[in-house]
Design a protein around this ligand. Structure first.
Ligand SMILES: [Zn+2]
Length: 79
């Protein structure tokens, strides 16, 4: 993890919900491009959000987290 990760993670959720200012969102985007660990976290949250929205659940089942994590890890290997 590089410096700025704490900051990025803090704002990822707001970024996902479009509750972030333009200045912050461009900072996050920049950080995500440079930092694979935050990018993975961001992708994970994005996918989770989509699944939750599609299923209409607010509490995703624990196995969903494992599925998503595996999916993201596999994608990371292909890069
Ligand atoms: Zn980071």
């Amino acid at each position: 993890m590089s410096s700025g990760c704490d900051h990025a993670i803090e704002y990822i959720y707001q970024y996902l919900d479009d509750e972030i200012s333009l200045a912050h969102s461009s900072r996050i985007k920049l950080h995500l491009r440079r930092c694979s660990s935050c990018m993975n976290a961001y992708e994970f949250e994005t996918k989770l959000k989509i699944v939750i929205r599609e299923r209409g659940h607010t509490e995703p089942p624990p196995e969903l987290f494992d599925q998503l994590r595996t999916m993201i890890e596999e994608e990371g290997k292909q890069r």
